[in-house]
Structures are given as structure tokens and as C-alpha cells.
Design a protein around this ligand. Sequence first.
Ligand code: 3HC
Length: 316
Amino acid sequence: MTTTAPETEVLAAVFDAAVAADERIEPRDWMPDAYRATLVRQIAQHAHSEIIGMQPEANWITRAPSLRRKAILMAKVQDEAGHGLYLYSAAETLGTGRDELLDKLHAGRQRYSSIFNYPTLTWADVGAIGWLVDGAAITNQVPLCRCSYGPYARAMVRICKEESFHQRQGYELLLTLSRGTEAQHAMAQDAVDRWWWPSLMMFGPPDDESAHSAQSMAWKIKRHSNDELRQRFVDICVPQAESLGLTLPDPDLRWNEARGHYDFGAIDWDEFHEVLRGNGPCNDQRIGQRRTAHENGAWVREAAAAHAAKHGKATA
Ligand code: 3HC
């Protein structure tokens, strides 16, 4: 049933009033096509980031230094898979199925976070990812709990609770290494040196280069700008690094009393754009492993579909 122009104007006014009043937009509510499209874009990339993000750390499950550390890491990696499923489910409420999104990821037509294109070279990287990458994720995702789109905001509440566990286990792992032998302290420092700047890039390009921020903030999908959240993350990490007995690899980092924030050095945006173009250290490996995992899982999807067809249930 097509709506007439006047009807659309009324529906748009109702949508705008709901967003202005901080009400939630739900799947059955009318919404601008562009609102729907940017939510699918962002939620899909978020979901893709979660499942690709399983790879760097899973690399260390078989080599964890103790049963306790192995159990913690397995729980974390399993959590990331669950985050991906919540988010693909949130995208499905917008009318876009998981198969379509995965096809776009595998074809390189949808993104995942740049951060996961870096290698995990030592056990300390597992700690640096927990402390820095999951820490950045929390800083970026807590405001998303107040996103105007209901299913996305609700998915974020549970995800943020689990990210807090991820960040704490990473911090504790680094603290153990930092207070260990000289070699262990050096391993922790080397990991922080390699993960610090890519973690700052997780928040997106500078505000004046962000293609989507203005509209996403007007629609209250985004509650803060890329630079605001990046600054918030830096301000959180500096005292934590001191508590860890580790240094952050930025000679320009210093407290600015007038601003009430830490000043920090220039980010290498050329590196960021190269990684987004697919030229990061692990882009080919990550997407190749993802495609292989999808192919190897085809029999499970076929079996589930056959079972559902036989027993008359809608397939997942
Ligand atoms: N990696 C890859 N692409 C990025 C990026 C990054 N770090 N930062 C920005 N981009 C892309 C955007 O997708 C956009 O490209 P597109 O038009 O092709 O989609 C372009 O660069 C311009 O960036 P914008 O700032 O205009 O884009 P957004 O408004 O979408 O902001 C964002 C980018 C801040 C990442 C936002 O999308 C967001 O908040 N997403 C939700 C959170 C998320 O996806 N986090 C990723 C990590 S998930 C994670 O950390 C898992 C945890 O368990 C570790």
C-alpha cells in the first residue's frame, strides 16, 4: 500500500517528534528510508566486527598460559559470537536478513572495524585487546544504549555488560605481566605500543571528515561525535596506564588544565584509510578465514533448514 505525499509528511512529523522527545523508534513504526539504511549499515558493520573480532584472540586459546586464562579467553570469544548474533537479529528487525549481510561482508561490500586487521603477536596482545579494544568498545557503545532505535539500544545493554568483563580481564592480564619478570613487563609494554593508536582509530575519522555523524546525531543514533568519544577514551586510559605501570606510546600526551582533558598526538589517518582500503596487516587473512568458516558451516545451515522444513518451523 503506497502512502500519499501528505500522509508521508504526517508520518515524518510523528517520527521527528518521537526522536525529539527521546522516545524509541520500534520496528513497526514508520521511519525514513535513510534512517533505516544507516541503521542497517552501522548495525551490520558492528555485527561483522564482533564475529571477525573472534579471530585475533581465538589465535591464543590453545596457547593460554593456564587453564584459568584459557577458560576466561574461551568465554570472551564465545561472548563476541553472541554479540554478533544479537546485532544480526537487530538488523533483521529492519528487514535485512543475516544471509544478505554475510554475503556483503564476504564480498567486501560491507565493513568491519579496522582494529581487527592487526596481528596478535604475543600473549600480552590478549590483554591489550581486552584493556584497549574492549575498553574503546565500551566507551563507544554505552551511549548506543540510548540510541533512538529500540532493538539496537536494547542489544547494547547486554553487550556492554559483557564488554565490562572483557575489559577487566584484559586489564588484569596486563597487570599480571607488568608486575612479572622483566621479559613479561617488556611483552606487555610492546603490546600496548602496538595497540594504542589503532584503538584510537576505532572511534572513526575526525569529526570534520565523518560522512555520517551529523545525520546520525540528529537522529540520535549517535549520541556523541567520534572525537568526543575518542577524547573520553584517552582521558580514561592515561591514569589506568599509570596504574598498570605501563606507558602509552605518545610523547605529546599531557594534561591540559585549560581544556580539562589530555592533549594527545596526531593519529596516522593515512594508516587508517589504508586499512579501510583492505591494505592492513591482516585484512586478507581475516576475511579469508571468515569465508572458509562460512563455507565449512554450510552443512549445519542445510541440516537446520531441512529439520525446520520437516517439522514446519520457520528457519532461524
Ligand atoms: N573501521 C572501519 N570502518 C570505519 C571505522 C573503523 N574503525 N570508523 C569509521 N569507519 C567507516 C564508516 O563505516 C564509514 O564508512 P561507510 O560509509 O562505508 O560505512 C566511514 O568510515 C566514515 O565514518 P563515519 O564516522 O562517518 O561513520 P559512522 O557514523 O558509522 O561512525 C563508528 C563510525 C563510530 C564506528 C560507528 O559506526 C559506530 O559507533 N559503530 C558501532 C560500534 C562499532 O561498530 N564498533 C566496532 C568495534 S566492535 C567491537 O569493538 C567488538 C568488541 O567486542 C571488541
